[in-house]
Write a protein that binds this ligand. Structure first.
Ligand SMILES: *[C@@H]1O[C@H](CO)[C@@H](O)[C@H](O)[C@H]1NC(C)=O
Ligand SMILES: *[C@@H]1O[C@H](CO)[C@@H](O)[C@H](O)[C@H]1NC(C)=O
Length: 167
């Protein structure tokens, strides 16, 4: 009868393991510019990327992807963003699909590395919010376990073991 007790113990351990609350927060991936992708904006719409960015809410852990052909993307400092100075970027990518993880709150500056593109508006400021100061992230999900499940299994375990000794 000791074996049914061990089986019950195993079941209990598994139940605890699989019902542990998972504190994962869903992160979002944004495609910069939506369907327009990463190109020189039209002459009458030079603020296109900052308009796009301010219509989205970015959180720590989100990623943004730039899709483009024959272009590039650089992360630069604020002054280089303003002056379109592409000589010393923090990050540079010309893979055609550049994915940046927004790994801290604050301001990120992106410019195109292609000659003349930044000056024509292919640049963007992304502000990443500090999640702690926000009441609720609409798309975040934390997994809550109904505590009753593990309690029930524990109770069953106790009964089984007590039963095995009584019998
Ligand atoms: C910008 O110009 C294009 C044509 O070059 C036009 O189709 C578009 O409607 C214009 N957009 C705005 C906001 O004026
Ligand atoms: C870009 O920044 C570097 C380093 O700060 C500086 O030496 C250079 O003159 C700048 N270029 C332009 C075009 O402003």
């Amino acid at each position: 009868m000791a074996s049914s007790c061990s089986i019950a113990l195993l079941v209990l351990l598994f139940a605890i393991f699989f019902t542990l609350p998972r504190f994962s927060v869903a992160s979002n991936e944004f495609q910069v510019g939506g369907s327009k992708e990463w190109v020189v904006p039209s002459a009458n719409d030079t603020n296109f990327y900052n308009d796009w960015a301010s219509n989205n809410r970015f959180h720590v852990g989100d990623t943004i992807s730039f899709k483009y052909k024959k272009d590039s993307v650089m992360e630069v400092g604020g002054a280089d963003y303003t002056s379109c100075n592409a000589t010393h970027p923090t990050l540079f990518s010309n893979s055609g699909n550049s994915v940046f993880k927004l790994d801290h709150s604050g301001t990120f500056y992106f410019i195109s590395g292609a000659s003349g593109h930044c000056e024509r508006g292919q640049k963007m400021i992304v502000r990443v919010m500090n999640d702690e100061s926000l009441p609720e992230h609409p798309k975040s999900s934390s997994y809550h376990v109904p505590i009753g499940v593990s309690q029930m299994i524990f109770f069953q375990f106790v009964l089984t073991c007590v039963g095995s000794y009584v019998i």
